[in-house]
Design a protein around this ligand. Structure first.
Ligand code: 13P
Ligand code: SF4
Length: 308
């Protein structure tokens, strides 16, 4: 893909300022191609761990991702090109709800999806992503686990790690984008037209769709499966930005959205224009107060240790 003038300017500024550009798979393609690292939540968390060879981190993703980078790099400037890039799911779990659940289930570990704000993470035993949630819960070996905020990821984990009682906090935490994909009726209709196609659902999708899909995968899992699978057609049950990446990296294979308008408005708040402005101005900066960050850091670092 030939770069346009603004993309070239972004790359030049990135060099001049020695900035590390971390980009989530749901970002627009013109930003994806500029990334130092393009990935899912877990991969980006790993890349953000103890960054030493860059003077600043610019995160093209949503609030909780930039916060995580700030927690892991307390002395580094972390820039999120738009503070309006806020994940609605991350705002669904207030700290009081976690404390209440802890009081009701004393001793139960608290496993929180990284799609939470730093204050919530500070209450967690360990965080998880959709790529490692089952592994982490299996390793904990607890009978009861307090888990939040995504109800559908809780369902996914319950299926993969039977015998563990999962207490969801809050009762109905969810992602609007994946809920909109629904029970996968359109995906199944597409599968009838393309009988050899693989159907993929993200763990944030509704349980009924997870049950009908051939694979339930994180976005990073989808990237790997696309390379390895012998199939030519894939019906992709997640946010549309990933489809751009899959199509670019797998010429000759066809990727069809499970739902045509499954777009995350929060992710799309980041544009090439505000990325350029953020590099010039070195703001907006995301900071997490150290009293919150220290607790959140323990939970995030524990996740990184447990998921190797
Ligand atoms: P992953 O990229 O980790 O699969 O997560 C998807 C997501 O919704 C991030 O907000
Ligand atoms: Fe949040 Fe859903 Fe957007 Fe992911 S896709 S950032 S969970 S709203």
């Amino acid at each position: 893909m030939e770069l346009n003038e603004l993309q070239r300017r972004v790359l030049r500024l990135k060099e001049e300022k020695n900035a590390l550009l971390l980009v989530h798979n749901y970002q627009v393609p013109e930003i994806q191609v500029l990334a130092d690292h393009l990935g899912d939540s877990l991969e980006l968390c790993r890349e953000a761990q103890g960054v030493t060879d860059a003077d600043m981190i610019v995160f093209c993703g949503v609030d909780f991702m930039a916060e995580t980078a700030a927690v892991l790099n307390p002395d580094k400037k972390v820039v999120l090109p738009s503070l309006k890039a806020r994940c609605p799911m991350a705002a669904m779990l207030p700290v009081e709800v976690i404390r209440e659940a802890k009081a009701q289930h004393p001793g139960a570990p608290v496993v929180l999806y990284v799609n939470t704000l730093a204050e919530a993470k500070a209450e967690a035993t360990v965080t998880c992503t959709s790529a490692n949630a089952d592994k982490i819960i299996r390793k904990l070996g607890a009978e009861t686990v307090i888990f939040g905020p995504d109800r559908n990821l809780a369902y996914f984990v319950g299926r993969r790690v039977p015998g563990v009682e999962i207490i969801p906090v809050p009762g109905d935490g969810h992602c609007n984008v994946h809920r909109y994909i629904g029970d996968g009726d359109e995906a199944m209709e597409l599968k009838r037209k393309h009988p050899g196609a693989e159907v993929w659902a993200h763990p944030e999708c509704e349980p009924a769709f997870q049950d009908r899909a051939d694979y339930v995968l994180s976005t990073g899992g989808m990237v790997r499966r696309a390379r390895e699978s012998p199939a030519d057609v894939f019906i992709v049950g997640t946010e549309l930005g990933l489809i751009d990446r899959l199509a670019r990296e797998n010429p000759g294979k066809t990727f069809l959205p499970a739902k045509v308008h499954a777009e995350c408005g929060a992710m799309k708040r980041i544009t090439l224009e505000n990325l350029y402005a953020a590099l010039i101005n070195e703001e907006p900066v995301v900071t997490v107060p150290e009293d919150v960050a220290s607790g959140a850091r323990v939970a995030i670092e524990r996740m990184l240790e447990m998921s190797v």
